[in-house]
Design a protein around this ligand. Structure first.
Ligand code: UDP
Length: 441
């Protein structure tokens, strides 16, 4: 089966890709790396059934081609994370509405089944727990940024169900409750990776509010299996399902368990919400899924409990998580180094000339000087120095440009670099051809 995963370089998307490859599918991932990262799918690149493209789902021709190839579409691309949502509401609303509109319209043309990842956020601040799929949604006022996320995802659900009713598009909607596991980043506010990172570094574990708010944490592999099984179940089509775990834990208790299981010396500190998110932030006290519907439909049972989840996240953060790249530092030595490096880089690029023929074919002309400068640049890039990470990034970008005249992504820091090519390899290079249409595989 050919599966397309939008947002496939994200935390949940990358686990889903892994599971689909394991069952023998061909997987196409599209991700603009806005919140996902290439590191999440690095280990999948060796599989020749795995393909990925760095692009936005709002690029309609690219999405159309992907949907054409697909037997099934998993639409996970969305702006997520409370911090991101609060700080960038425009991006949140636009990504969630426009992207979903495009995916659903294209899928409807070809009648390709779609899984839409929604969120427990849509229940808003309802205190009617456990939340059941048919409950009313209680979303707060528009001047509180957080609710824009809930509202935009609720609109996505309305649209998906409208496509099902009016155009017969087979859709299944999953409302994901606090999903956690290895590879989740704490950058956008998610609590578990943040607590684990703080505990491992011996920094204060920051509990927001009084910490007596509670959540239910679902393990990512359980969630991914539920998604796959729902898409294999014809009775699920046209329905909304809660997906997660119904074991409830307060954030205070979560902090205590993270501290104990990681043998950390960190203090647990309480930070007022307005300090963490600004004035007027609203949080929900409890969020518990009613799992009766998904249990009935696919016999779903979450397998991994909270302590085991915490242990796995600790193990990941301790041994496998990438080290963040050092910040640019402009002490004198580095400063001259960067100047030399970037001057050479731009001189090299400017020495290239590109001849375009009416047929659209492009020929890259390479002067001897540009060859020489390219080599010097490469040598400089691999010099061991404290600018090593940035050099590795530049080198990677440079090598990518030899392969593909498009956006390439640094494996070290995820910097996206647009290059027309400073590449000394002539265009006859067969790998360049393989990269037509900006495909990476
Ligand atoms: N939280 C916290 N400290 C943090 C991050 C989050 O106490 O560093 C709290 C947050 O206020 C919320 C809960 O942990 O009550 C879960 O937060 P998360 O952002 O993971 O998910 P949410 O359920 O809010 O979407």
């Amino acid at each position: 089966m050919y599966a397309v995963i939008t947002g496939g370089a994200g935390f949940i998307g990358s686990h889903l890709a892994e599971a689909l490859l394991a069952r023998g599918d061909v997987v196409y991932v599209i991700d603009d790396l806005s919140t996902g990262t290439i590191r999440n799918i690095d280990h999948l690149k060796v599989n020749d059934r795995f393909h990925y493209i760095v692009d936005t789902i709002e690029n309609v021709p690219v999405m159309a081609e992907l949907v054409d190839r697909a037997d099934i579409v998993f639409h996970l691309a969305a702006a997520v994370g409370v911090r991101l949502v609060v700080e960038s509401p425009v991006r949140t609303i636009e990504t969630n509405l426009r992207g979903t509109e495009i995916v659903l319209a294209l899928a409807a043309k070809k009648q390709k089944p779609v899984f839409l990842a929604s969120t427990s956020e849509v229940y808003g601040k309802s205190e009617h727990v456990p939340y059941s799929e048919d409950d009313d949604l209680l979303i707060g006022p528009p001047h509180v940024g957080r609710w824009s996320y809930a509202c935009s995802k609720a609109m996505d659900e309305f649209l998906a169900l409208a496509y099902w009713r009016e155009r017969g598009l087979p859709v299944v909607i999953g409302r994901l409750f606090n999903t956690v596991g290895p590879r989740q980043t704490g950058r956008y506010g998610m609590v578990l990776p943040r607590f684990v990172q703080q505990a491992l570094k011996g920094e204060p574990i920051t509990v927001y509010g009084d910490g007596e708010q509670s959540r239910c944490f679902g393990y990512v592999e359980d969630v991914v299996q539920a998604i796959i099984r729902l898409m294999e179940t014809p009775e699920a089509v046209g329905h909304v399902f809660n997906i997660g775990n119904d074991e409830e834990i307060t954030i205070n208790e979560l902090a205590r368990r993270v501290k104990a299981l990681s043998n950390s010396t960190s203090q647990i500190v309480h930070v007022p919400y307005n300090q963490a998110f600004g004035e007027g932030f609203e949080d929900m006290r409890r969020r518990v899924p009613d799992l009766r519907k998904i249990r009935r439909t696919i016999g779903y049972e979450p397998r991994v409990g909270i302590d085991e989840i915490i242990r796995r996240v600790i193990e990941y953060e301790r041994y496998h998580a990438p080290v963040s790249p050092p910040r640019w530092s402009f002490d004198r030595g580095n400063f001259y180094y960067y100047i030399i490096l970037f001057s050479l880089f731009f001189i090299t690029v400017s020495l290239k000339s590109v001849t375009s023929f009416p047929s659209g074919e492009q020929v890259f002309n390479h002067s001897r000087l540009s060859w020489l400068l390219s080599l010097i640049l490469c040598a400089l890039c691999i010099l061991p120095c404290n600018a090593q990470q940035c050099c590795a990034c530049l080198l990677h970008a440079y090598v990518c440009s030899c392969v593909c005249d498009s956006v390439c992504v640094c494996v070290v820091c995820d910097l996206q670099v647009l290059l027309i090519t400073a590449c000394p390899i002539p265009p006859a290079c067969s790998r360049r051809r393989a990269c037509d249409h900006h495909w990476f595989s």
